[in-house]
Design a protein around this ligand. Structure first.
Ligand code: DC
Length: 225
């Protein structure tokens, strides 16, 4: 079977990862969360002391990044992505990591390193890959492209509920600000900004359930397969 790529791009907390995972499970493809990769690099930068107040030690990060890599192991129900051989979870989803990640993702050397690895990861298997630049930069020739949008307030509420459920002590207006700031930084950065690929199907998840959004994706896939 020909290796296939499905690109799922869009704004923060629009349901990209839930939908991509469901899609990958149903199709037997591997799910690749590229946000995880940018978050892992931000966490790595934080833990290594490369982030100080409002500045980033760019050269030190650049040098250290070249010695890092991503890999996979088979998990109980799905594949688990590893960074430098270790798995990560909620520590990558904190508000602190979220507040640095768009700045880190704006560096060309970070993007080059991660895009290179994303292309390698999908050489041997069919993938559903979610992110911000998958359909425009990483795989402009992807077999299917989706672009997810939703109202900022609704997205912030989803994120707030998610973090609260995990026991994080968060304030709704801080989350809303982070969502709006990240949208702005992700879509206005000079390198690979977040934008809809011309041939992507846009899905607005503001008032739509995961099941309905999934149906829209399948209907697109089935109409072309
Ligand atoms: O999908 P996420 O919210 O976990 O992504 C975290 C950040 O990583 C997002 O604000 C921008 C950056 N990112 C990116 O620039 N390009 C990608 N392909 C994926 C994520």
């Amino acid at each position: 079977m020909k290796i296939k790529v499905i690109a799922v791009d869009g704004y923060a907390s629009t349901g990209k990862s839930t939908l991509s995972k469901r899609l990958a499970d149903a199709l037997g493809f591997t799910y690749i969360d590229t946000g995880f990769m940018y978050r892992a690099v931000s966490y790595f930068a934080q833990k290594n002391g490369f982030l100080k107040e409002d500045s980033i030690q760019e050269e030190a990060l650049k040098e250290a990044l070249h010695k890092t890599s991503f890999s996979w192991i088979k998990g109980k129900s799905s594949n688990v992505m590893l960074f430098n051989g270790s798995s990560y979870g909620d520590e990558l989803r904190t508000l602190e990591v979220s507040s640095w990640v768009s700045k880190i993702a704006g560096f060309g050397f970070v993007r080059d390193h991660l895009v290179y690895q994303q292309r390698i990861l999908s050489k041997l298997r069919s993938v559903v890959m979610d992110g911000r630049d998958i359909g425009t930069v990483v795989f402009p020739e992807a077999d299917f492209k989706f672009f997810l949008v939703a109202d900022a307030e609704v997205r912030a509420k989803r994120r707030f509920d998610e973090l609260k459920a995990k026991g994080e002590n968060v304030v709704y207006k801080d989350i809303l600000k982070n969502v709006i700031d990240r949208d702005h930084q992700d879509s206005t950065r000079l390198i690979s900004p977040l934008k809809k690929a011309q041939d992507a199907l846009e899905i607005d998840t503001t008032n739509v359930s995961i099941e309905t959004a999934l149906e829209q994706m399948f209907s697109k896939i089935n109409s072309k397969s």
